[in-house]
Ligand binder design. Sequence first.
Ligand code: HEC
Length: 231
Amino acid sequence: MDKPLNQLIDWLNADAPYRELFQRAFHGNATSERIGQSLAAYQRTIVSNRTPFDLYLDGNRDALSSSAQNGMRLFFGRARCSVCHQGSRLTDNRFHNIGTADPALPEDTGRRAVTQKDSDHGRFRTPQLREIGRTAPYMHNGKFKTLQQVVEHYNFGGVTDEANDHRDEQLEVLYLSEDEVTDLVTFLSAGLTSQTASPEEGTSSFNARPQAPAACGSRLSTGKPAPAGGR
Ligand code: HEC
């Protein structure tokens, strides 16, 4: 899907299964507006409001294991994650350079591509972290396959290539022990990921009907079912 929009429209209309799906949903071909509506309808099916971390904050002290609780304390404390990952969605919605751009790819410039400002080189928007256990690989380019690799990257202060002049000043070497790295990974994978839905639910599985996890009415969405088709 990583294509200019006009090419994507042609590509979708040339593909028989996609053509049929657009016919079924919209009684017509793919258009930029319909692609936007489809993506929005899909996004409304993704609801995350019952993670063990939410249950813990609601007063259920058993919802997080002691390792996950320790990871939570690190996340909001010494590991400094909540400097950028904050609020109910665990993002500040700002752009930061955490050393993830690929120096071998000149076009991998992040925010700079939009603003043309040198100081925005390699900055990307802080992503939200809900259901993070389900969405590997990580970062804009998928450079980390596991949460362990992500945490190790931060443990070393986000330094991957010496040529990175714009790394965020908030990043520093964390000196987390191996056990602390494990605890932080446990908080991310077990604490921020709900146990109610199977990993397949709510993913882009082509033939599955979009399905919201049982408990809707979330902080993230209205919980209204996505439109079943048409406009
Ligand atoms: C200076 C701000 C900042 C700090 C501090 C920070 N992050 Fe991030 N985080 C980001 C940005 C920006 C990205 C996206 C980078 C990209 O897409 O290349 C990111 C991406 C991630 C991702 C991948 C999300 C995804 O969907 O791909 C995880 C997981 C993550 N951070 C966890 C952490 C943890 C754990 C800590 C603490 C050890 C932490 N972050 C500290 C800004 C920060």
